[in-house]
Design a protein around this ligand. Structure first.
Ligand SMILES: C[S@@+](CC[C@H](N)C(=O)[O-])C[C@H]1O[C@@H](n2cnc3c(N)ncnc32)[C@H](O)[C@@H]1O
Length: 341
């Protein structure tokens, strides 16, 4: 019989084991957000027993759970007490400007779809989170839209506003504007600008209170309906299409660019903001590669993470000129074009 103890153990096997266990990390993050552990531990140190009472949970499970949060650097621990790590304190405490917890819930709402990835790849189909029974449609829409808003308020909106010169623009159409996040930021940054946000019923229900909170109700109009089927008005000198190209088939994006062109005044500016391959560094390539599969899994079988140059070429084919690719320090890039004057 072969002596197993003398064979060399290949420690690379741990890389496979680690990949297999990776979803535990997402589960721990998701649960901590849903249990609202991070609000409880902001600025204070508590024992696991105190946390268990605070979140009305099993003491034994809570202790084990908190120790895992420490291992994942979501919490720090000292003398049997736990508190938020600096990362958590910046990004996972509700009501702080950097909060991205809803975005994490949105990502993890696709859990059951990813769990059936073999079937999805074989059949070339999308499996929407509320069709798997993992979340209901209302939860899906609210986490999705508030999650997109988290992304905007945690930095993306700041960089979009900085990257565009809209000083001579008066009327913005935000196609698929979702929670109105970028219309809010662009109007706040450009006092002469008014905006129309066109989207479906569910996103606009999330947008309404956010527009009110930002005191921009007199400058931002919400227009409900399918953007291909609704009268969207006229007189626009800037059109924003953010987060839509990624989740749509090429034909839809090009149809949307044509629509924008027709609705726009001569000399108008089109702005596409999305996951797009603009800067080809390895970290971005890794995420763009994963995003490409994510949108096929959870949005549309025709969706895809595009090359910025390809999107610029689609704009040019619809008549836009002077297209520019603008890489931002965040994950989303920008492509702009102008309708001839
Ligand atoms: C990823 S979200 C982006 C939301 C927002 N623009 C942002 O960047 O945060 C895509 C949005 O496009 C909207 N959308 C997709 N197809 C649409 C259609 N046919 N008519 C109107 N809105 C649509 C969705 O409802 C959703 O709010």
């Amino acid at each position: 019989m072969k002596d197993q103890s003398s064979s060399v153990v290949d420690l690379d096997v741990e890389r496979v084991n680690e990949l297999a266990r990776n979803f535990w990390y997402s589960a721990i993050l998701r649960a901590a957000i849903k249990l609202d552990v991070f609000s409880l531990l902001e600025g204070v140190s508590l024992t696991s027993q105190e946390v268990a009472s605070g979140i009305d949970a099993s003491p034994r499970y809570t202790q084990s759970f908190l120790n895992c949060c420490v291992v994942l650097e979501l919490l720090d621990s000292d003398d049997d007490k736990y508190t938020n790590s600096s990362l958590t304190s910046r990004f996972l405490v509700k009501n702080k400007p950097g909060y991205v917890g809803d975005h994490a819930l949105h990502h993890t709402n696709t859990w059951a779809s990813w769990g059936r990835l073999d079937e999805i790849v074989r059949e070339g189909k999308t499996l929407l989170p509320y069709d798997t029974g993992f979340v209901d449609a209302d939860t899906y829409w609210s986490d999705y839209m508030i999650g997109q808003h988290n992304r905007a308020t945690s930095g993306q909106a700041h960089y979009l506003v900085k990257s565009l010169d809209l000083r001579d623009k008066r009327k913005l159409l935000d196609l698929g504007g979702g929670a109105a996040s970028y219309s809010i930021a662009l109007c706040a940054g450009n006092p002469q600008l008014k905006a129309v946000v066109a989207d479906q019923k569910e996103p606009l229900a999330i947008a309404r209170p956010l527009v009110k909170e930002s005191n921009l109700e007199n400058r931002i109009t919400l227009l409900e309906g399918d953007f291909f089927q609704t009268d969207l008005g006229s007189g626009y000198d800037v059109v924003l299409i953010s987060g839509v190209v990624l989740i749509k088939p090429e034909e839809d994006s090009r149809q949307l660019f044509k629509l924008a062109y027709d609705l726009m005044e001569p000399g108008g500016l089109i702005v596409i903001q999305d996951y797009m391959r603009i800067d080809h560094d390895s970290q971005r390539n890794r995420l763009d590669t994963l995003e490409d599969l994510y949108v096929l899994v959870a949005f549309d079988p025709g969706a895809g993470d595009r090359e910025g140059k390809e999107v610029a070429a689609w704009l040019q084919r619809e008549g836009f000129q002077n297209t520019k690719l603008i890489g931002l320090p965040t994950q989303l890039g920008v492509v702009t074009g102008e309708k001839p004057a």
